[in-house]
Design a protein around this ligand. Sequence first.
Ligand code: TMP
Length: 210
Amino acid sequence: MSGRFITFEGPEGSGKTTQLGLLREWMAGAGLPFIATREPGGTRLGADIREILLTPRADKVDPLAELLLYEADRANHVGQVIRPALGAGKHVLCDRFYDSTTAYQAYGRGLPEALVRELNEKAAGGLVPDLTLLFEVSAAEGLRRAKGGDDGDRLEGEGLDFHERVWKGFLELSQREPERVRLIPAGSVEEVHARVLAVVTETFGWTGNS
Ligand code: TMP
């Protein structure tokens, strides 16, 4: 049987990576076969692309060039890692996938959404996540950001406006495809983990001792 493809989406500081780690532990305990991976950077080529994309730099990066680098990472990742794992019956937990591209490159950078969607579909080879968990940023993190916070990597260094557009994009995606893109409200790490488990077990019928 083919594995399930679960993607973790949300702004920086939403705790999605922590939550992926907790679900991964739970799945290991339940004896479910899986791999955990991420975009950008899920292949060796992807690790190089990630470094190019995230290292702060003095020169301006053309938004179309940025989009194509994310899609190049994705095409390699889907072909070399995600599809083979799903085909081997493993579930795939992926930290970001093409909804990030719609949110960041279309809503954030302002590239035409139709173009972003077309390239997303091409790079993913038609693969669609079975479930996308969309994590909200906590009020505390939102406030830190509003005050200017630290600037971290190249995209984290973008202004508040950019991140507000990105969040609007994510929300619209969850409104458009509510069955697939499930909004997980912010809370403590434990509360959010409980919400994730509730959605995942309800969606796939998994139990703690599958
Ligand atoms: P991460 O640090 O959460 O792994 O994400 C890396 C950064 O790349 C984050 O700022 C979001 C950004 N990103 C895009 O802009 N477009 C994309 O398609 C993906 C996958 C990530």
